[in-house]
Design a binder for this molecule. Structure first.
Ligand code: ADP
Ligand code: TRP
Length: 321
């Protein structure tokens, strides 16, 4: 089974990215043929400084490697190192209408807020469809916010096939409901753009500040505290198994245990969980050229995997004469 997903290098990955996508990608290496990429073209819709994009790209690559992506088992590359994806995006763009793209979440959000989005943002879902079908991916692990994009990708691929025969694989979204939306410290969806995220590779001081800043209510220490639907519980839960979760509920309900105490425990749990990854990341970042080499070899592998799909699409659409 071919599993594929990408992450934008638009900042540092946070717990939402990790639990809904990055961790699962690492796990999929054991059971599937994994395709994992850094969506540099996509992040140009938000990052407009060249230096920042280049730096973020290398950083996210180091994050993924530290978390366990193994370039010998997986195909791991930067989107823009396989520019064929742009060509396929053009071929696919004939199979979705302007009015459908106008319903795209990120495009609609921007227009609803009164901004005038770039045509790049408008085209975003088409490029995302190309990312997926260029590699014949069957399964795409993402967070819930990408569901609509996946539906569009399926739609585009189906219509292309209707026109030209069975050329493209129709991808299945793979959304884990448990972690579909990880809340941020303010209870809204954790997001790089909301300033509410917890970054596992941040310094200890920054992590402490983020965890201590998790919003809680004003229930007095001596009373049992609500846990259901609270960001403190929902974030902490990510690190626990069933027994651990039961013990956490107990803590919330025990008079005398304050939120500050639970936050300290959570901080400890985060540092413990990510400790080995943090160490490995620091080592990797001492040798950035090795990361560049890994990505360059990954792009070669990705190119080879893409070639038959692009060739078929070119042939069917009449570009080969
Ligand atoms: P962000 O929304 O923070 O900019 P990205 O768009 O780069 O993050 O998302 C990368 C992956 O992480 C996607 O699969 C996305 O669905 C997932 N993701 C992002 N935020 C969350 C969240 N709060 N909870 C669960 N998954 C998330
Ligand atoms: N749009 C995705 C996000 O913001 C990133 C992405 C780009 C992606 N292309 C993809 C995810 C293809 C899965 C498959 O998170």
């Amino acid at each position: 089974m071919r599993v594929l997903s990408g992450i934008q290098p638009s900042g540092n990955p946070h717990l939402g990215n990790y639990f809904s996508m990055m961790r699962r990608m690492v796990e999929y290496q054991d059971s599937s043929e994994l395709f994992c990429f850094i969506a540099s073209y996509h992040s140009m819709t938000t990052v407009d400084k060249g230096e920042t994009l280049a730096e973020n790209t290398l950083n996210v690559a180091a994050d993924f490697l530290a978390l366990g992506i193994d370039p010998n088992r997986a195909t791991f590359w930067v989107q823009s190192d396989v520019p064929e994806v742009m060509e396929l995006a053009w071929l696919l763009s004939m199979h979705i209408t302007v009015s459908q793209l106008q319903l795209g979440h990120s495009f609609k959000d921007k227009t609803d807020q009164g901004f005038s989005p770039s045509s790049g943002l408008f085209f975003y879902p088409v490029l995302m469809a190309a990312d997926i079908v260029l590699f014949g991916a069957e399964k795409v692990p993402v967070g819930k916010d990408q569901k609509q994009h996946l539906e569009m990708a399926r739609d585009i691929a189906r219509r292309f096939n209707l026109q030209y025969g069975d050329v493209l694989k129709i991808p299945e979204p793979d959304i884990l409901t448990d972690v579909a939306t990880v809340p941020g410290v303010d209870g809204r969806k954790m997001s790089k753009s909301y300033n509410n995220a917890i970054y596992p590779f941040a310094t200890e001081k920054q992590l402490k500040k983020a965890v201590m800043g998790i919003a809680t209510d004003s229930t007095p220490v001596e009373e049992p505290k609500p846990y259901q639907g609270t960001p403190l519980f929902d974030i902490y839960r990510l690190f626990l198994d069933e027994a651990g979760t039961a013990a956490l509920i107990e803590k919330f309900q025990t008079p005398g245990v304050g939120y500050g105490h639970i936050k300290q425990d959570l901080l400890k749990a985060i540092l413990e969980y990510f400790g080995p990854y943090r160490e490995r990341r620091a080592e990797i970042m001492q040798r950035p050229d090795e990361v560049r080499d890994i990505l360059s070899a990954g792009a070669k592998k990705a190119r080879a995997a893409a070639a038959p799909y692009l060739a078929a699409a070119r042939e069917k659409t009449g570009l080969v004469y």
